[in-house]
Design a protein. Structure first.
Length: 345
């Protein structure tokens, strides 16, 4: 079965073709980072318009790379939510219109489930069950995963997610958008002893997170310089960045280790954009070596939003339950869609 995946939940337009027998056939992605950079964040209306411009050329690209005619597609999976309403409507309308034209079934996919299952696209893929740390955009969650659609929420952020804390703290330091990669790169040149920032909820004895206080701590340090952030020397910016990154990585690592200990599982999966962070990967790898558990990451190209994870998640669900495929092309989107509402495949 060949599934076309369409992703348009925020600021990346992604399309991909996944074959349940041969694996990922092709994928193509357009990022809107350059367009949104001058605004310091995603502008929803601009994002939606750009998805309209990019979707069909990307479709032609993935078909050409896979050397397949569109008629060979067996089903189309699209991101139904959560995400920006206008952006989701573009992807869902493209997917359902194409499915109608080709007389193929469609399936709406949960964006976070796509991220959650994306490490299974790697050559070294984990077996169920496992603990998953989902760190994507406005989401930071720890879950027990027993199968496709069988997710038990262990803990989540009570305020700012890790990704939001990265972006907001980067902005406080005068760094560009997106802030996460920028502050992580700068932290590599910082002195770890220069600033010791708080580790929120590190010892809370649960699996929840809170990062708004850490962002406030960065703000306080910047203000204590009594000068504009542009005048703070680059080394001190690097030191602040290092203090921030070390704090957030310590919390994420500790919560993952505690979740594994609590459940007795020995496999940890990291999914979402923050999963590309080098400091987090190094910390988790060190913890895994010390405590004898396995840690799995998605390929770097699949950490951000992409069509491959949507095609893959759709294919897994359709393999397990072909009746999920619909031929009702009157689509709807779900900008807010709790992951725990998903049913097992």
């Amino acid at each position: 079965m060949i599934v076309l995946g369409v992703e348009s939940s925020c600021d990346e337009t992604g399309l991909a073709l996944y074959d349940t027998e041969r694996g990922l056939l092709s994928h193509a992605l357009h990022s809107q980072v350059a367009m949104h950079e001058e605004y310091g964040g995603v502008v929803p209306e601009l994002a939606s318009r750009d998805h309209i411009r990019r979707a069909l050329p990307l479709l032609e690209e993935v078909l050409k790379r896979a050397d397949l005619p569109a008629s060979n597609i067996d089903a189309i999976a699209y991101t139904q939510g959560p995400g920006l309403a206008g952006a989701l409507l573009v992807g869902s309308s493209v997917a359902c219109s194409l499915a109608l034209a080709l007389d193929k079934p469609v399936l709406g996919v949960h964006h976070l489930e796509g991220h959650l299952l994306s490490p299974l696209l790697a050559s070294e893929r984990p077996e169920f069950p496992f603990i998953a740390l989902l760190v994507s955009g406005g989401h930071t969650q720890l879950m027990r995963v027993d199968g496709v659609g069988r997710y038990t929420l262990l803990g989540e952020t009570l305020d700012d997610a890790a990704g939001e804390a990265f972006d907001k703290s980067a902005k406080l330091l005068g760094l560009g958008y997106p802030g996460g990669p920028a502050i992580s790169r700068l932290a590599e040149f910082g002195d770890p002893a220069a600033y010791t920032l708080p580790r929120p909820m590190l010892h809370s004895k649960d699996f929840n997170f809170s990062f708004s206080g850490l962002k406030t701590a960065v703000l306080t340090v910047v203000k204590n310089h009594n000068e504009a952030v542009a005048n703070i020397c680059e080394q001190d910016k690097a030191n602040i960045a290092r203090g921030f990154v070390d704090a957030i990585v310590d919390v994420l690592t500790a919560k993952c280790v505690n979740a594994l200990k609590h459940t007795g599982l020995k496999r940890l999966v990291i999914a979402g954009g923050v999963g590309a962070n080098r400091q987090l990967r190094a910390s988790l790898d060190a913890a895994a070596a010390k405590r004898k558990f396995q840690v799995y990451y998605p390929e770097l190209e699949f950490c951000t939003d992409n069509g491959a994870m949507i095609a893959f998640a759709g294919a897994l669900r359709l393999e397990r339950n072909p009746d999920l495929a619909q031929r009702d092309y009157a689509f709807n989107v779900r900008p807010r869609w709790p992951l725990d509402e998903l049913e097992a495949a």
